[in-house]
Design a protein around this ligand. Structure first.
Ligand code: SF4
Ligand code: SF4
Length: 146
């Protein structure tokens, strides 16, 4: 599964080989989506982590133990009620129970507090009613578009 997180680096952690340690120690692939880190300064990085759910949890605990701030939801899932037909396909794939189909009347319910932002539900919807809305992008230190 995939999870997008925002990492906040204190100044003393900027030089840590984070992506290398995630790959070797936790079998987690880390894809950097945006970064704003200058030498000897604190920084922020938006990363997509891919791996087994248990490995992801262990990796996140390790990151926090290294002094990094970790925001697990750099964006949020939104359901377009105009498009949704309450078929329930997405809820059957949701690993956290954030999406549930309630009975009488059958209606999709979304609990944002439970959402892992794993994005598994997005491609499952035949009506493209689910989208990830990202928070304000972090500026690229090189000035390139993300
Ligand atoms: S609602 Fe979607 S993104 Fe959130 S946990 Fe469920 S499947 Fe993952
Ligand atoms: S798969 Fe799409 S249409 Fe079906 S319940 Fe989920 S959001 Fe609604």
């Amino acid at each position: 599964m995939k999870r997008r997180v925002t990492l906040h680096f204190p100044r003393e952690s900027v030089h840590q080989p984070i992506t290398y340690r995630l790959a070797v120690d936790f079998d987690i692939a880390a894809k950097i989506l945006r970064a704003q880190i200058a030498p000897n300064q604190s920084g922020t990085m938006v990363v997509e982590l891919s791996g087994d759910i248990d490995d992801l949890s262990a990796a996140e605990q390790w990151l926090e133990s290294q002094g990094l701030g970790l925001n697990r939801a750099p964006g949020e899932i939104q359901i377009d009620r105009e498009r949704c037909v309450d078929c329930g396909i997405c809820s059957s794939l949701c690993p956290s129970g954030a999406l549930r189909l309630e009975s009488a009347p059958w209606q999709l319910r979304f609990n944002a507090q439970r959402c892992l932002v794993c994005e598994q539900c997005i491609p499952s919807c035949p009506f493209e009613a689910i989208a990830l809305v990202l928070d304000q992008p972090v500026a690229d230190p090189l000035g390139a578009s993300a």
